[in-house]
Design a binder for this molecule. Structure first.
Ligand code: FE2
Length: 441
């Protein structure tokens, strides 16, 4: 027997939340984890306020004074580049009386002025000006009124910006990401310069628990069943051949992160993997891109970067879907049965117009809220959430598929068990959010 969420000081007093019976090959998740407000409150504290969380991409703020506003772990945040070139996250709440200091989605600014009483701050968060400052006593300290930063730190890896809200955090971002670094690198290396977040985003909501979205995103088992319409359409358009199945292979990356990887070959990808769908006339350009990638990265790495894709999950709430387009998606629970999601499209800055068009088309038609795939998933996940209303009679969900197999395939739910084990550990134990154990699956 292994993890459960049922002990520890101030913990959950109910039944085992995760039953991990490795001897018998049984893995069960108690359905209250999807519906209980007390468990959600614990998750906010023990998971979201403890782990490194994705906040943005450096390409969104290339110049000093550039900023984007986000909600990260339920907090309003300004992600910005200071005049020193450094990326910072500033909590977007005026230290005077609380108003949002920045209300735009993005801009460039020399100062941030609060619209309520006119206090202003520098791009680095220091107090810049206070109307009628002489009215304050000697006890008033400008330094104490600077815009606050996430106490556990702000750091980037290959342009992906993360923040940490744990005041006691001692885990570096690199240690936290562990083996996921290699796959973030595979995405970053698709550009000779920089990968950039393309204009626009997809903010939407789903009436289900956020952990259902985690399970679903790396779930190879459901793909050909729930998304039959999409694969039929792709086959009809000559965009892919799924007759041999999807052949995903799952890999645990440590600290709850996982990937289900695959060759992008049946799908193709705007970066270097040509299929007839892209048009005969673009074939020489793809050969040229591949040749340049080999020059830049060497044969082995170029092959990996150009022809291997996958769906990368970084615990607890980042999913990078790198198959047809490259979609970066993060989410946060508002209630046990409701989550907010935002997705962005990522592409090489040097990409030419025809491939960029295919990428954006893939971003919209593949996994967007108005595309072929996400509505199927939303319907499935919202129906699970409704099914949990019968949790008194049907207490547990089964995540055991393939558990006793020596070599687990992409339909075997390994990556879900990787997620749930880390989830149960963090819910149960205090201490760092990284176990440094690498790929214990
Ligand atoms: Fe799906």
């Amino acid at each position: 027997m292994g993890a459960n969420g049922g002990s520890g000081s101030g913990g959950w007093a109910g039944p085992a939340l995760v039953v991990d019976d490795q001897e018998r090959g049984l893995f069960l998740v108690h359905r209250s984890v999807f519906t209980d407000t007390g468990i959600l409150a614990m998750e906010r504290e023990r998971i979201f306020d403890r782990c490194w969380l994705y906040a943005g991409h450096e390409s969104e703020i290339p110049k000093a004074g550039d900023f984007v506003t986000r909600r990260v772990a339920g907090r309003p945040v300004i992600v910005t580049r200071g005049r020193d070139g450094k990326v910072r996250a500033l909590l977007n709440t005026c230290t005077h009386r609380g108003a949002l200091v920045r209300r735009e989605a993005r801009r460039n600014a020399k100062t941030h002025q609060c619209f309520y009483h006119g206090w202003s701050f520098t791009p680095e968060g220091e107090v810049n000006g206070i109307p009628g400052e002489d009215a304050y006593s000697e006890a008033f300290d400008r330094g104490e009124r600077r815009l606050r930063e996430p106490p556990g730190g702000t750091a980037s890896y290959r342009d992906f910006i993360f923040v940490n809200f744990n005041p006691e955090n001692e885990v570096s971002l690199e240690d936290y990401l562990w083996d996921a670094k290699e796959y973030l690198g595979c995405i970053a290396d698709q550009s000779a310069g920089r990968m950039e977040v393309l204009q626009g985003s997809q903010p939407f909501g789903m009436r289900c628990n956020h952990k259902l979205h985690v399970e679903n995103s790396t779930d190879g088992y459901h793909a050909l069943v729930a998304h039959k319409r999409y694969f039929d359409w792709l086959a009809g358009a000559g965009a892919m051949d799924v007759s041999a199945g999807l052949r995903f292979s799952p890999k645990a990356l440590g600290n709850g992160h996982a990937i289900i990887g695959r060759s992008v070959a049946p799908f193709g990808r705007p970066m270097a993997q040509w299929i007839p769908y892209f048009g005969e006339e673009r074939k020489p350009h793809f050969e040229e891109m591949y040749r340049k990638a080999v020059e830049r990265l060497g044969e082995e790495r170029a092959h990996q970067v150009c022809t291997c894709g996958g769906i990368l999950f970084i615990f607890p709430n980042l999913i990078i879907n790198d198959i047809i387009s490259t979609t970066v998606r993060t989410f946060y629970p508002i209630e046990p049965g409701y989550m907010e999601v935002t997705a962005w499209c990522l592409g090489p800055e040097e990409e030419e117009a025809p491939e960029r068009a295919v990428r954006l088309d893939g971003f919209v038609t593949f996994n967007s809220p108005g595309g072929f795939v996400n509505p199927d998933d939303t319907e499935a996940l919202e129906s699970c959430q409704r099914g949990f209303e019968a949790a008194k009679e049907v207490e547990y969900s089964d995540v055991s598929r393939g558990m006793k197999r020596l070599l687990q395939g992409g339909e075997d739910e390994l990556e879900m068990r990787v997620f749930w084990r880390q989830w149960a550990r963090l819910m149960r134990e205090a201490g760092p959010a990284s176990t440094h154990t690498g790929t214990d699956a």
